[in-house]
Design a protein. Structure first.
Length: 391
């Protein structure tokens, strides 16, 4: 089944102004997301913020249902958080680490997650163990199994890295974690919205994701899936009157379900915009989206690979819509500047974002071009033409 490309582009006015290949950064939202967000802001201006929240209580509640459908989860397993990093933090900082606990992670782990693990190492005396790549460049299941046999409290994995087009074998990792009793944290920030995700099939204990990337929602939105096992294991690193109840002058109780990881104050307009984005994604279908993205990404990789001096730097047995490349004689920032001069949006993946990966591969800063289903073959060809002319 194909996608309604003409309708997708008609719903996305930004395509008239730019060629947007920065969808792994922040995608162009469809009209319904913008209109939903602005409508609630106007309602707040007209009747007040608290009153607007009360008037849209049912609509706000439906966001949980939409995300649960997207993930194959229950609504009580979903928490709405202001961004994916904070969602990840709420789970990982809430884990009951003990001195000497081992946390296994991969070369593709995101910079913010690695930095957080370093801080937890200093606080709790945990050991951060780096799992190497397999021959395809994704996490080595053999090395992971070996380290799990030695014992591990947690496995933290990024599903799709920010600096590579690979898709890590999340379900296979989940199977190993279940076999060895390790708590499994999956960062699905870059994969959510472009590949089908079923948390039960993957077997993760928690999953964090953002709204602004392939889901095409507002910035400042994210969410956390929390399994029943994780609810029993984790305690939120901080509480307020939303996540807990002040039950007597000298006691409190933590609320049930995943919403214990939320806070009372929230951007309701953006949450509603996130719900609209998820509903839009579900209506188009994640599988058709994935197929369309795959075709465009392979077209881009193939054409870039044919250019003199250009090296496509993606790895992995399975790839996604993120395409990364360098040139032997032209620095990546110069290529990005040339593309932007032609209203083509891409981004830079610097070494500082991937200290376990890029230096290990001997790769400098990358140009990252990330396609979405609303992009066209003509847009891909325009990018190729500009890169060729620049290099």
């Amino acid at each position: 089944m194909g996608i309604p490309l003409d309708q997708l582009r008609a719903d996305t006015p930004g395509v008239e102004r730019v060629t947007h290949f920065n969808n792994a950064g922040s995608a162009l939202p469809p009209d319904v997301v913008v209109e939903t967000t602005i409508r609630h802001l106007r309602l707040e201006a007209e009747i007040g913020g608290y009153e607007a929240a009360a008037a849209t209580e049912q609509e706000l509640g439906s966001v949980y249902g939409s995300l649960a459908q997207l993930l194959g989860a229950r609504t009580d397993q979903i928490a709405l958080i202001e961004n994916a990093t904070r969602a990840w933090d709420m789970a990982v900082y809430g884990f009951p680490f003990r001195r000497g606990d081992r946390v296994l992670t991969a070369r593709s782990e995101y910079a913010s997650n690695a930095i957080a693990l370093f801080q937890l190492r200093e606080r709790h005396g945990i050991e951060v163990v780096l799992i190497d790549d397999d021959p395809h460049g994704q996490i080595s299941l053999d090395h992971l199994a070996t380290e799990l046999e030695r014992g591990a409290a947690m496995v933290a994995l990024t599903h799709t890295p920010t600096n590579s087009g690979l898709l890590n074998p999340a379900a296979a990792v989940g199977e190993l974690c279940r076999e060895h009793g390790a708590f499994y944290v999956l960062d699905a920030c870059q994969s959510m919205g472009q590949v089908p995700i079923d948390v039960n099939r993957i077997g993760c204990d928690v999953l964090s994701a953002t709204g602004r990337k392939y889901l095409r929602g507002p910035r400042g939105t994210g969410f956390l899936y929390v399994s029943d096992h994780a609810i029993e294991t984790l305690e939120p690193p901080f509480l307020d009157l939303h996540s807990a109840e002040w039950t007597s002058p000298d006691s409190f109780s933590i609320r049930a379900g995943a919403r214990r990881f939320e806070t009372w104050e929230a951007n309701h307009a953006s949450r509603l915009g996130l719900g609209a984005a998820v509903d839009y994604c579900l209506a188009v279908g994640v599988e058709p989206i994935q197929q369309r993205i795959g075709l465009l990404a392979e077209r881009m990789r193939g054409a870039l690979g044919d250019l003199d001096g250009v090296a496509v730097r993606d790895k992995g047995e399975l790839t996604t819509g993120i395409v990364t490349f360098t040139h032997s004689n032209v620095d990546s920032p110069e290529i990005i500047a040339a593309l932007r001069a032609h209203d083509i949006n891409v981004s830079l993946s610097p070494v500082e974002f991937a200290q376990w990966d890029l230096p290990h591969r001997g790769v400098p800063a990358l140009v990252r071009a990330s396609v979405h289903c609303y992009n066209t073959e003509t847009e891909v060809d325009r990018l190729i033409e500009v890169v060729e002319a620049t290099t």
